[in-house]
Structures are given as C-alpha cells and as structure tokens.
Design a protein. Structure first.
Length: 281
C-alpha cells in the first residue's frame, strides 16, 4: 500500500475552535435538543436523519438491547468492577467482550443467514420464501449448527420482546421479506428438531436490521452500544448494593459446582441473591 498524499479526512465528524460537525450537522445547534440518542446513532451510522418511522423502529431495537437482567455480560462487568473499582471503563469493556454468538451478538448471525439466503438484489423478484426457509433449516441441521436467532433458555414458548418488535416494524414499514423469511425458518427449524425454538429478540432484530439494509457485519455493534448503557447501570448498582462478592463466594464453595439462577421473581421483577442455586455439574 502506497503512502497517502491526499488530506486525511472523515465524513463522520470534525471539530474546530468554534464548531463541532457530525455528519454535516452542527452539534450544538442542529442536534442538541433536536435528536434523541437513538436518532443520533442512526445519523452516525447512515449519514442521514431517520424518518419518523425509522426512528420508532431503530429506537425500539436499541432500547431492547440495553437490558436483560443478570446475564453473563452483567456478571462479567460486576465482577471486574469488584476487582478494579477504580476502572469503570474496564468493567464495561469486560461485559461487552461477552457479546458474542450466543448472547446479544447472535443478531449478527441472524442477519448474515438471512442475507445469504435472500441477497438484497433478489428482493421483490418473487423468490419462494418457503423453499428458502426449508433449505436454510436443512442446511443448519445437516451441519449440526444452531440456527442464529432461534431458541431461548428462559423465554418459552414466546420471547415477549419478539412480537412487539415485529409489531412496531410492521406499523412503520419495516416488515418485509426478511421478517417473513425469519418466521418461516423458525417454523421449519422447529418442525425438524422437535424442539421449541421461538424467535428470540436478537433473531427479530437481525431480521429487522435486514429490512433497513444494514450490513450484517455492523449489526452486533448495535448491541454493543446499547448494552454499554445497561452495564453502566449494573456497575452503579454494584457500587451501592454489591452482589459480586457473594456470587464469587458461592461459586467457590466446592469444586465442580456452578451457579444457576432460579426463574422466580418477586412482585418488583427482582431476583434475590438467595434465589441463586449452586448446582453440581
């Protein structure tokens, strides 16, 4: 690669002594007080302002991804904060590193799967979605690979986030062939496995992201930016009402034992620490 001779610039943003520009818009005067965080994220990613309909759907996506309880990422963030309370950013980073193919990041796999089954240049050409769904389900089963975006260890038979996400997408013009294909893949995969495989939130989000036309390689990033907010909340709670030490001690009781949360919640939606079981592996 040769040495660049042109001026180094970025279309995303720049700043001068008296001005800050984000995607061509003046931050103090055109963005502050005029956009919410989700709309700014959309602008940052796409280079344009979201329409009112796009805003509703995109904000629903990122809000969904902010919080989901005491997940592996939340535990990682809390435990890291316990060991290094002087480094909040390290605790957040530790939690974000856990957003992979199983938790949160699975929407990347769902989007990639849908784009591979139905390339964008085939949209509106009358492709047989039922046949694509069968082909996709058979392919994943033959490889003995989990279909991304399907199944959930807690939410059965329905992930309560999914129908609402699909409803918001449909109300705002973002429920097309990719959402339909995801739903058909779920039916085929469930029939072939004999297991209950609901479309989880990341499967729904992956399909809706395809409706937007977002590249699959950045879809996981939506989870990263949204879950960072949730993790800061967990760290704040950890600083005021710590549970990490007790989790560590309970997991340290006997070799070969692990933690498992009970599904019960109290009337406020809280799961007490006493409702964490130590079970033998």
């Amino acid at each position: 690669m040769g040495k660049r001779t042109d001026k180094l610039t970025s279309a995303i943003g720049w700043s001068a002594a008296d001005k800050i520009s984000v995607r061509g818009m003046d931050l103090p005067n055109e963005i502050l007080g005029h956009m919410n965080l989700g709309d700014l994220a959309f602008l940052q990613l796409t280079g344009r302002k979201a329409t009112p309909e796009e805003s509703k759907v995109f904000n629903a996506i990122v809000i969904t991804l902010v919080e989901h309880g005491i997940t592996p990422s939340a535990i990682a963030a809390r435990m890291t904060y316990m060991g290094a309370p002087e480094s909040l950013q390290a605790a957040v980073a530790a939690g974000l590193c856990g957003l992979g193919t199983v938790f949160v990041g699975s929407m990347e796999g769902a989007s990639k799967m849908l784009y591979e089954a139905l390339p964008q240049d085939k949209l509106g050409t009358g492709v047989d979605l039922d046949a694509l769904a069968v082909e996709t389900a058979v392919s994943f089963r033959a490889r003995k690979t989990i279909v991304p975006g399907l199944g959930h260890p807690v939410h059965k038979p329905v992930d309560p986030r999914t129908p609402r996400l699909f409803e918001i997408a449909a109300e705002n013009g973002k429920s097309g062939e990719y959402v339909a294909l995801m739903q058909k893949i779920q039916i085929e995969a469930e029939a072939r496995s004999g297991k209950m495989l609901p479309i989880n939130a990341t499967g729904a989000i992956g399909a809706i992201c395809c409706e937007f036309g977002f590249p699959w390689k950045i879809v996981r990033g939506f989870g990263v930016m949204a879950r960072a907010i949730g993790l800061v909340g967990h760290i704040l709670e950890e600083s005021e009402n710590p549970i990490s030490y007790d989790i560590w001690q309970r997991g340290n009781q006997r070799p070969g034992w692990c933690l498992m949360p009970l599904p019960q919640e109290d009337s406020a939606g809280m799961r007490p620490l006493d409702d964490i079981l130590v079970v033998s592996l």
